[in-house]
Design a protein around this ligand. Structure first.
Ligand code: PLP
Length: 415
């Protein structure tokens, strides 16, 4: 018998991948699928990045390179961060990574001892909880509530959970899945708490540049925070580079040195030639990058309008990220749905519209009253988006008492 290590039982996953697999299986049977479940982009990577990378391959940049990344890219990332966030980083504060995600596990490995407590957002990106628990630390969730215009963060929900064992807070401002955004006041209050309790912040800024109006703000720019913040930086979303795998960890030199040591032990170095392409992406012409945002904004506007016209759904219109997190509670009650999975599968089977739900972003809190789904509009063109969401709407509006009764019976047999 193969015996897998005990600690693997503590490792979580992204259950959203199971939704992708179900959608693919449904499509393989000849059905049309409208993909709203994945946070991937159906845009070409800007030609600046592509050409820079191809040139680097021709120039022979195909061997190992420095573990923390090539100096020119570390410098370009520090410049980019400083320009957008008003910080004072140098290349010594930057460790290049194969994607944004590796920063999460490496940060936790570098900072937490078994039994330490880590605050993290729930609903939120599921890898936080997975990595905290895998490393023997205690995952303590905090949450968001609906404000007037968007989800808002309540500082008291964090304050009351800080104990003498709390070491870190994971912050994902411009949040996946909710699109929640913190105000400057929220960030200042959070910074004051971090300083008072000597906490380190992991600021997941994967969506910092996916913004349609206003200006993104980083907690690292608040006085006293540069020395206690580690930024997760990613090329994935801003440059439509999810499959290229390039990102970086930015933070105090002592932490970057540890993270670089973890790089040596894990991947040796990030892909060499892509780093040259990334420099061109950061320093070169930004027309194609801006165009991605223009198209995403059109999709957001269309999706929000249709979702809000569906009986029983209310949806905010967030200024950042490419996610929507509509509240479907009243649809559940009025149309007799009995659980997240039966709802999701019913909509997929009857309309082809595929999405994730709240349960793909952490365990619901006991007694949680509201139901939410997550709509990602980054991987579907405007026409398809409109067609799919209108099918969803027509289906919901067509449900009468008789159909509902029949469907509840069928779905309860299935679940
Ligand atoms: N953080 C958040 C909140 C995300 O949603 C994602 C990807 O979806 C990541 C980090 C990691 O992205 P990547 O590893 O592609 O940079």
């Amino acid at each position: 018998m193969l015996r897998i290590a005990e600690k693997i039982k503590r490792l979580g996953t992204e259950t959203a991948f199971a939704v992708s697999a179900e959608a693919a299986a449904f499509a393989a049977k000849g059905n049309k699928v409208y993909p709203f479940h994945i946070g991937d982009l159906n845009f070409s990577t800007p030609s600046t990045v592509v050409n820079g990378t191809i040139k680097a391959i021709h120039d022979g940049k195909t061997g190992y390179c420095p573990t923390a990344g090539i100096p020119q890219l570390r410098e370009a990332i520090a410049d980019d961060i400083n320009a957008a966030r008003g910080t004072n980083y140098t290349m010594e504060n930057v460790a290049v990574q194969p994607g944004g995600k590796p920063t999460i596990g490496k940060f936790i490995l570098a900072l937490l001892n078994p039994g330490d407590e880590a605050l993290y957002p729930n609903p939120g990106y599921p890898i936080y909880e997975s990595q905290i628990e895998f490393n023997g630390a205690v995952a303590v969730p905090y949450t968001f509530v609906e404000g007037e215009k968007n989800f808002v963060f309540e500082i008291n929900s964090i304050k009351e959970k800080i104990t003498p064992r709390t070491k870190i807070i994971i912050l994902n401002d411009l949040q996946n899945p909710s699109g929640a955004e913190f105000s400057r006041k929220d960030l200042e209050e959070l910074a004051a708490l971090a300083i008072e309790h000597n906490l380190i912040i992991l600021s997941d800024e994967a969506y910092f540049d996916i913004r349609y109006e206003g200006k993104s703000l980083s907690i690292a720019s608040i006085p006293g925070m540069e020395e206690r913040t580690v930024i997760l930086y990613s090329f994935s979303k801003r440059f439509a580079m999810t499959g290229w795998r390039l990102g970086a960890t930015i933070g105090p030199k002592e932490i970057i040195e540890v993270i670089t040591k973890l790089n040596v032990n894990d991947e040796s170095c990030s892909n060499h030639f892509i780093q040259y392409g990334a420099i061109e992406g950061l320093r070169g012409d930004q027309t194609e990058v801006k165009n991605i945002l223009t198209v995403l904004k059109q999709r957001r506007n269309a999706a929000v309008d249709i979702l809000n016209s569906i009986q029983g759904i209310t949806c905010f219109n967030p200024n950042a990220t490419f996610y929507l997190f509509p509240n479907v509670t009243s649809l559940f009650t009025r149309k007799g749905y009995i659980g997240y999975d039966s709802f999701r599968k019913d909509i997929l089977n009857n309309t082809g519209v595929s999405f994730c739900t709240r349960i793909h972003f952490g365990r619901p809190f006991p007694g949680e009253k509201n139901y939410y789904i997550r709509i990602a509009y980054s991987g579907i063109n405007l026409n398809e988006l409109t067609e799919g969401l209108n099918k969803f709407k027509d289906y919901i509006h067509s449900l009468n008492d008789e159909k509902i009764h029949k469907r509840i019976l069928t779905t309860s047999l299935l679940n």
